[in-house]
Design a protein around this ligand. Structure first.
Ligand code: PLP
Length: 441
């Protein structure tokens, strides 16, 4: 066969994820480098990162400690089998995660992504009840507008219609609580909205419908990120915790975005003062540098599996790359960077400035709502009649031209900068966004 290879820079072969492929390939946006708060584009421009990559580079880009840890680990122990063998970095990282986790989280199960963390947690929930002789508890409850990654379990409990509707009947035995977005009552609220805690009572209705004895777990994002930054109303998460506890249902917090400092605490569980039975994480665990996720569980969940003969595998689940040495080394260096630079505290300190800056956009053209918490924020735009998503996508393209990276979902602009952002850079991000919005059709 002739070596009839495409030229390396042909764009056709790579089918890009969650991307308007045809639009992109006509007018590509390429990053070729990154440092701290900035990306470098292929045409040599600097772009301020308003999204920490995809909500994951919480310490900023190309941080030396993380880079060096990866280089060293790759040269020392590149891979170790994940099943029936161990290596020190995976244990060390697990301990360090538990050190910063809310009290009650005691074990770590490694995955390679947020989606895999979600599948793992859902499987654990069902298997946990079975291990305790409660095998009828198989039902899973998610929430409208929830995002829990893209695998079958995650899209089944998730509630974003575009991610679900073309993929068939999904996992059976799933129900959904209502989302917590009440724009009529809560628009332009700073931080947690006052109204809506009663929405947690919908769980009682679902329990009454199906019977608590059929329900394994409830999964929610404590603060829903990907759907466009929807905050939990005051008291809502506390109610969910009470209701799940009362009925013996496990509560899973999907902290893939909120984990590792985004809200100014290590996890949203601490920020909101509510501890679930399991937490799913990924993204900021390795500063986004190497794929890795982790499910955190209580001792009760873990211990339910620790029975039977000791030579037997307790849980038939895991991934070839669970706790991969290079990912584990990146994770340790990442957590050290967060700690040494006090980045979670920094996020908490900057949050009021961030809030003021974002809310200064009130009254700007097209803006119908602004939401914020920690170092995360959303600006919701009035959609163009008959052309949903187009206005926000145009804003994204213009913003990129003007040197800032934002993210859009529907007609919502979401921002979640690295926690190292300066006040001047917040001004630049918000100021540029204002200019973009004012000039948008
Ligand atoms: C809350 C939540 N769960 C799960 C995921 C999926 O993570 P991944 O893309 O790493 O599979 C995401 C990604 O944005 C997320 O925000």
């Amino acid at each position: 066969m002739a070596l009839d290879r495409k030229t390396p820079n042909d764009l056709n072969a790579f089918w890009m994820p969650f991307t308007a492929n045809r639009q992109f390939k006509k007018n590509p946006r390429m990053f070729v480098g990154a440092k701290d708060m900035h990306y470098t584009t292929s045409d040599g421009r600097q772009v301020l990162d308003g999204t920490a990559g995809l909500w994951c580079c919480n310490a900023g880009h190309c941080r030396p400690k993380i880079t060096e840890a990866i280089q060293k680990q790759a040269a020392e122990l590149d891979y170790a089998p994940a099943f029936q063998m161990g290596h020190p970095a995976a244990f060390e990282l697990a301990n360090r995660i538990i050190d910063i986790a809310p009290e009650g989280m005691e074990h770590v199960f490694y995955t390679n992504s947020g989606s895999e963390s979600v599948e793992t947690a859902l499987k654990l929930a069902i298997a946990y009840h079975r291990a305790r002789g409660d095998g009828a508890r198989t039902r899973l409850i998610g929430r409208e507008r929830g995002y829990h990654g893209v695998n079958f379990g995650g899209i089944s409990v998730g509630g974003i219609v575009t991610n679900r509707k073309v993929f068939g009947p999904l996992v059976p035995g799933v129900d959904h609580m209502p989302h917590t977005h009440l724009p009529d009552q809560n628009a332009f609220t700073r931080g947690q909205p006052e109204n809506g805690a009663y929405l947690a009572d919908e769980l009682e209705r679902i329990v009454a419908l199906h019977g608590a004895e059929t329900i394994a777990a409830v999964i929610v994002e404590p603060m829903a990120g990907s759907t466009g930054v929807l905050l939990p109303p005051k008291g809502y998460l506390q109610k969910l915790r009470e209701i799940t506890k009362k009925h013996g249902i496990l509560l899973i917090f999907d902290e893939v975005i909120t984990g590792f400092g985004r809200l100014g605490s290590a996890f949203a569980a601490q920020h909101y003062g509510v501890t679930p039975d399991m937490m799913t994480t990924a993204k900021g665990l390795t500063n986004g540098v190497i794929p890795m996720g982790a499910v955190l569980t209580s001792a009760e969940v873990h211990d339910a599996f620790m029975n039977g003969p000791e030579h037997m595998i307790e849980l038939f689940h895991g991934y070839t790359y669970s706790g991969n040495p290079i990912a584990a080394a990146a994770g340790i260096a990442t957590l050290e960077t967060y700690k040494e630079e006090g980045l979670f505290e920094r996020a908490a300190e900057l949050a009021p400035y961030w809030e003021d800056a974002l809310h200064s956009l009130k009254g700007t053209r097209h803006v119908i709502d602004i939401r914020n918490e920690g170092l995360i924020g959303a600006v919701e735009l009035e959609p163009i009649a008959g052309e949903p998503t187009k206005r926000a996508f145009s804003a994204f393209l213009k913003a990129y031209e003007k040197g800032i990276l934002i993210r859009t979902t529907g007609d919502i602009i979401a921002m979640s900068p690295p926690l190292i952002i300066s006040k001047e850079q917040i001004d630049q991000l918000v100021g540029t966004l204002k200019e973009v919005l004012e000039t948008l059709d």
